[in-house]
Design a binder for this molecule. Structure first.
Ligand SMILES: [Zn+2]
Length: 291
């Protein structure tokens, strides 16, 4: 968790309040938990970004990017439990970093033209980095991250499947091949495509791959419209601390033992692939024949 739809929701949630604003300062919040990874050290970041304008807020795979007028970019990776928030944090104790922002118009900072932007993280496995343009290219360029799952062309899909003998579920999670999909949406995408998660990627037929490409776009876009999935642990929230709604549309994820909603014959089973749980229906998603 957070995957592409949740991170896209964070980006859309904070963008109107953050884009075009000047950074007053950035500081660590008083947090007694194990420190999270911040590079370079926050005092150094603060010196480098004070007075800079956040010119754009965008998403790259499962990361939030704040691009500054200076050319530097904050790369914020929520990983397991990180959130970008404008107000009402779920708990004060897990606030990690605050950006204090001022509106672009001149004048004394007051309640009307000051914005707080927070990074909140219960487990603290998220990361915040400030990168210059070369470091950004190195960290997030095509060598490190495959095409975004919402922008992957049919040709790229055929290529990424054809080049690996791994199980398709495992291939979908490999961010170097295609970026943005995580464990939850991979199970949902394969279910909608009627493809077994155990099928070898390179054995898929072109029409199966086209179906999977279409299911990916449909599922991710619908999940964005619902502002992501808030699972039973309740951790994921949008920028205003509201839960997402797509968890109610899950067909297989975390439904082990339940009757399949699609065929109403099979039971959802859980297997482990690459140390991660996969949920699927053997009736809808037949195991490929050997050979
Ligand atoms: Zn089924």
């Amino acid at each position: 968790m957070p995957e592409l739809p949740e991170v896209e929701t964070m980006v859309r949630g904070i963008r109107p309040s953050v884009e075009g604003r000047r950074i007053v300062w950035v500081q660590a919040c008083p947090c007694a938990r194990r420190p999270m990874l911040i590079e370079p050290p926050l005092e150094m970041i603060d010196r480098r970004v004070r007075g800079e304008i956040i010119v754009s807020v965008r998403r790259r795979a499962k990361r939030v990017l704040l691009e500054l007028g200076s050319g530097d970019t904050f790369v914020i990776e929520p990983r397991m439990t990180g959130l970008m928030l404008l107000n009402e944090p779920p708990s004060e104790a897990h606030l990690r970093v605050e950006w204090r922002l001022q509106s672009r118009t001149r004048g004394k900072p007051g309640p009307d033209n000051v914005t707080h932007l927070w990074f909140w993280d219960r487990r603290g496995l998220g990361t915040i980095r400030l990168l210059d343009p070369d470091q950004l290219e190195e960290a997030l360029g095509p060598g490190r991250l495959g095409p975004d799952a919402l922008e992957t062309t049919d040709e790229q899909w055929q290529e990424l499947c054809g080049r690996t003998t791994s199980a398709i579920k495992v291939a979908l999670l490999d961010q170097k091949r295609i970026s943005g999909i995580g464990n939850l949406y991979a199970s949902e995408i394969l279910h909608r495509s009627g493809i077994s998660p155990e099928a070898r990627a390179c054995n898929l037929k072109s029409d199966q791959i086209r179906r999977m490409a279409k299911a990916t776009i449909e599922i991710l876009n619908t999940a964005i419209r619902y502002e992501g999935s808030t699972l039973s642990d309740g951790t994921y929230r949008n920028a205003l601390n509201k839960s997402g709604g797509y968890q109610n549309a899950h067909r297989v994820y975390d439904r082990e033992g339940e009757l399949c909603l699609t065929c109403e014959r099979g039971r959802i089973i859980r297997i482990v692939q690459g140390q991660r749980s996969t949920f699927f229906c053997r009736v809808c998603q037949r195991k490929p024949r050997r050979g």
